[in-house]
Ligand binder design. Structure first.
Ligand SMILES: CC(C)(COP(=O)(O)OP(=O)(O)OC[C@H]1O[C@@H](n2cnc3c(N)ncnc32)[C@H](O)[C@@H]1OP(=O)(O)O)[C@@H](O)C(=O)NCCC(=O)NCCS
Length: 222
């Protein structure tokens, strides 16, 4: 058995060390829909110039981001997010399905996490979720395009066993995926349910706090 085949059969289970070490709740990844466009826009516009360069591979002004978010195709691609307690998106992953070639299906992944939320395992969780969704939708290769200087993303990619090809300051990373099985399907289903529950709790907390504020006299609410 070749090294790549052996690697493809290994389960991808990156430890959720950062959040547990910091005593934070683990990042729960929820699949997004067209209803989340406004939050997606706020997320991408919050990225600084260098982060936009790392995420999109080029300098991206606001109007290009606006166009990107407006034209995201939620029927064709998959978009995942991690929400903070204010229901803003701390992290986003966009999984874009490329046209199949010789029966092989490839999906390209782009990930971003707000600077204030980094180092807590959110990027890793988004990567894992995109990987499992890829497997469960018959994708055979997960692909990422990064700048070679992107040490954090290179680290996540290498840890997941991606094969990395570098040229002219850029890097292409590939991961051969094992086919879906019962456990990958169940895992994704449970993760989505947990994330939906977490989202509902956060929304409830937000509504309760808005209600309390509206009931309090103005001088106490300030
Ligand atoms: C890359 C990015 C998504 C990572 O998000 P994150 O939530 O901070 O990632 P995680 O916390 O899951 O993991 C970070 C890992 O990188 C490691 N790391 C951090 N800085 C590093 C560095 N300079 N060199 C090597 N490894 C580094 C951390 O130790 C951690 O590894 P561990 O899990 O083995 O301890 C985030 O930095 C980002 O949005 N960058 C800008 C956009 C971008 O680069 N996108 C990727 C291109 S598509």
């Amino acid at each position: 058995m070749s090294k790549t085949t052996a690697r493809a059969k290994e389960p991808i289970a990156l430890p959720d060390r950062a959040s547990s070490a910091a005593g934070l709740a683990p990042a729960l990844v929820r699949e997004l829909s067209s209803k989340d466009r406004e939050r997606l826009l706020a997320h991408f516009l919050s990225l600084g110039e260098d982060d936009r360069l790392l995420r999109f591979g080029q300098f991206v002004p606001n109007h290009v981001i606006e166009n990107y978010v407006r034209t995201l195709d939620f029927d064709r691609d998959r978009v995942f997010g991690v929400f903070n307690s204010e229901l803003a998106l701390s992290g986003v992953a966009h999984l874009a399905y490329l046209s199949p070639e010789d029966g092989e299906r490839t999906a390209e992944l782009g990930v971003s996490v707000l600077e204030s939320a980094r180092g807590r395992g959110i990027g890793t969780k988004l990567f894992e979720r995109a990987t499992i969704r890829s497997r469960n939708t018959h994708v055979t290769t997960l692909y990422m395009h990064c700048l070679s200087r992107n040490k954090t993303m290179m680290h996540i990619a290498k840890k997941a066993g991606m094969r990395i090809e570098r040229a002219y300051g850029e890097a292409d990373a590939y991961l051969k995926l094992a086919p879906a099985d019962q456990s990958s399907i169940l895992k994704e289903m449970l993760e989505e349910q947990a994330a939906a529950f977490d989202y509902a709790l956060k929304r409830q907390a937000q509504q309760t706090s808005t209600l309390l504020e509206s009931l309090l006299p103005a001088e106490l609410a300030a």
